[in-house]
Design a protein around this ligand. Sequence first.
Ligand SMILES: [Zn+2]
Length: 252
Amino acid sequence: MATTEAEKSKEYRARKKAELALLPPEEAAAIIAEKKRKKAEYDAARYEEIGDQKRATSNAWYAANPERGKARSNARYAEKKDEILAQEAAKRRAAIEADPEYTKKEYQAALKRMAANPELYKATRRAGDKRRREADPERYQQASRDRYWADPEKSRERGVQDAHTRRARKLEAGGQFTAADIRTLMEKQKGKCLVCLKPFGKNKPHVDHYISLARGGTNDPSNLRLLCRKCNMAKHAKDPIEFGRLHGLLCW
Ligand SMILES: [Zn+2]
């Protein structure tokens, strides 16, 4: 014996289902279609009223069925992509019209989201950059050239720095230096190569790792010195003591 409303309604649905099952399939299908249409019409008329309730039910379902929910929303998106994008764009336009500060707030919210999960956004940004670069490599090469020539001196400094950082990272050496560190070294060394003591003049100094990265040195400024090209090439990845002996800088 059904007592609660829910039980009564369940019983009612079971009875209707049994009745439908007795009908010829086409007739049953037509009845179901008509019921669905009426329900949709009824819901549409009361959308504002039942909207919150529907959203709550839907959110609860998605929370309880994450995998199926994902599949369902992907399928829906694939089917109605243009419609959904147009709807989103219209919503955004309306929001901008209603609030002139909207884009600013939107931007700040995005910054906040990015700050909350930097790794995720870094990966996303990199993936996007890569996709765009591959789609139009010429444009990216031009942009890169423009950046370089906007301040060639700084670009070269940064290039040297990046190359060392990459190498250090590769060797998991840790530590890093900046262009300012290099300028400080240049002042300390009075503009001269530490091995042959010749002034660098117009030549770009080579940033040398006193203990080479290959031998476990780091990128920390305390492990750096500036050498001329010739001396740096001669040193290559030799042990500093070995190198010093070889050049008569050490007598033990
Ligand atoms: Zn030298």
